[in-house]
Ligand binder design. Structure first.
Ligand code: ADP
Length: 264
């Protein structure tokens, strides 16, 4: 569904960044970023290395704290809650609940090497969601089937290819049924011949699911195919955003034109 259709229906944003600034020391990486992501919307973040894309994702995952500004997920503040008329840091319990709405897959798979594929996927179901082992197994098996790995459930990560490991990481995040999934350059560490199978799995999920997705990617064809909206970041701001057609066929800013010319 395109952004324009969403806007017409007056749907409330699932994720809202408001005037988010993030600095590391005296280096400002994001400058007063405003960003709304709607339920089910697929957005692609493109832009040069160092432009702040991963920081946008890490802030949402609460792996980084903003220097200033607020982020809301499902109407709840991530880092700041009103307290006696002032903003105070959110407590761990609150963070835990909000964080459970968000799933993330990283460039490096971060699987547990000593656990089977099935256990990697059931771990959080049993220990975080407190699901029974049989229920967790059932849900994990369904998810592993969806990513084409149901025949590898008893294997260990070291027995799988990079593409297969990344599909396990995707299943492990998806099985928690988040409202929004972040994919941060999930194919950058893979051998070229393994990229397609991972992108195909993500495309399949995008087509089936009503989950929102944030795709940080250097795969422009993939962004064009999957995203409802593409955002180009450079120098800590969103320089340009639009439908894939607007961004790829008709880029307006010289910075975006230069960036895209590298992919021709
Ligand atoms: P991108 O994902 O677009 O490549 P990042 O968000 O990873 O960009 O990084 C933006 C800038 O922030 C980079 O210059 C990077 O070096 C810097 N940066 C990111 N994380 C840290 C950190 N923990 N400490 C210091 N600088 C950081």
């Amino acid at each position: 569904m395109s952004l324009n259709i969403r806007k017409k229906s007056n749907e409330k944003a699932l994720v809202s960044y408001r005037k988010i600034t993030k600095s590391f020391g005296d280096r400002t990486v994001l400058k007063e970023l405003d960003l709304d992501i709607y339920p089910g919307e697929k957005i692609a973040l493109i832009g040069p290395s160092g432009s702040g894309k991963t920081t946008i994702a890490r802030l949402l995952m609460t792996l980084e704290k903003p220097t200033s500004g607020t982020i809301e997920v499902g109407g709840e503040m991530l880092w700041h809650m009103p307290h006696k008329g002032k903003f105070a840091p959110a407590n761990e319990k609150h963070l835990h609940r909000v964080r459970s709405k968000i799933g993330m897959v990283f460039q490096h798979f971060n699987l547990f090497p000593h656990m089977t594929i099935l256990r990697n996927v059931t771990e959080a179901l049993v220990h975080v969601l407190k699901m029974s082992k049989s229920e967790a197994d059932e849900r994990a098996m369904r998810m592993l089937e969806r990513v084409g790995l149901h025949e590898h459930t008893k294997h260990y990560p070291s027995q799988l290819s990079g593409g297969q490991k990344q599909r396990v990481a995707i299943a492990r995040a998806l099985v928690m049924q988040p409202s929004v999934m972040l994919f941060d350059e999930v194919t950058s560490a893979l051998d070229p011949e393994l990229v397609g199978e991972v992108l195909d799995v993500i495309k399949g999920i995008a087509l089936q699911g009503d989950m929102a997705m944030i795709l940080i990617t250097h795969e422009m064809d993939f962004a064009r195919d999957v995203a409802d909206r593409v955002l180009f970041t450079d120098g800590g701001i969103i320089v340009e955003e639009g439908t894939p057609e607007q961004i790829f066929e008709n880029p307006r800013s010289p910075r975006l034109q230069t960036f895209l010319s590298r992919f021709l």
